[in-house]
Design a protein around this ligand. Structure first.
Ligand SMILES: CC(C)(COP(=O)(O)OP(=O)(O)OC[C@H]1O[C@@H](n2cnc3c(N)ncnc32)[C@H](O)[C@@H]1OP(=O)(O)O)[C@@H](O)C(=O)NCCC(=O)NCCS
Length: 171
């Protein structure tokens, strides 16, 4: 992460850009919901969640250009959240790492979470590698948990604690 990497709130003017990323096969093929998202459904999702306390819908920017999307969803337990994310389909390699570092600073800093959880399909090598590189621990694997219409996939569960992240910042 450089000082020019920022996360800012998703705004109405971003919706079409983020929807085009989310619908792109390089993103959609790794999601648990695979259907194309219509403009109406996307706007409805944004309006439903934009003011949710604890939930954060964020655009990742590098040097002033939007390069990805990050979402934090609070879990039932206070201080715990799930995250979801994707980079713009044309983002250069390395963007995921930068997005991840900015997201962890946001999660454990401003948002004050104590624990962050992630999930990746067993075949999503980039996401699994990224979670590992960011310091997440693989905490479980739900075997054959997701059917994509053609085959079954494991779901890999990741967790990272605030003190682990803080430790990694000192190193
Ligand atoms: C997952 C995602 C954010 C990674 O972004 P990225 O810019 O490709 O990631 P980076 O280039 O920073 O690479 C991160 C790590 O993953 C590795 N990696 C990237 N693509 C890979 C691939 N296809 N196979 C294996 N490893 C891969 C990189 O080598 C790097 O590890 P390293 O630093 O040890 O070398 C991006 O591919 C994406 O948006 N995918 C679709 C949506 C998605 O899967 N979101 C996560 C849902 S759980």
């Amino acid at each position: 992460m450089t000082k020019n990497d920022i996360l800012r709130p998703l705004a109405p003017a971003d919706l079409e850009m983020v929807r085009s990323w989310r619908n792109h096969p390089s993103v959609r093929d790794y999601m648990l919901t695979r259907q194309e998202i219509t403009a109406g459904a996307h706007r409805e999702w944004f309006n439903r969640h934009r003011d949710d306390p604890g939930r954060a819908l964020l655009v990742f920017e590098c040097e002033g250009t939007a390069k990805g999307f990050v979402q934090f969803t609070p879990s039932l337990s206070a201080g715990v959240a799930d995250w979801g994310f994707y980079t713009a389909p044309d983002a250069p390699k390395g963007t995921g790492r930068r997005l991840g570092r900015a997201a962890l600073a946001e999660a454990f800093g401003r948002l004050g979470y104590q624990r962050l959880c992630g999930q990746a399909l067993g075949g999503n090598a980039a996401s699994i590698r990224l979670h590992e590189a960011l310091g997440f621990t693989e905490e479980g694997r739900l075997r054959r948990h997701f059917f994509d219409g053609a085959g079954w996939h494991d779901l890999v569960l990741f967790g990272l604690l605030k003190n682990e992240w803080q430790e990694s910042q000192r190193g």
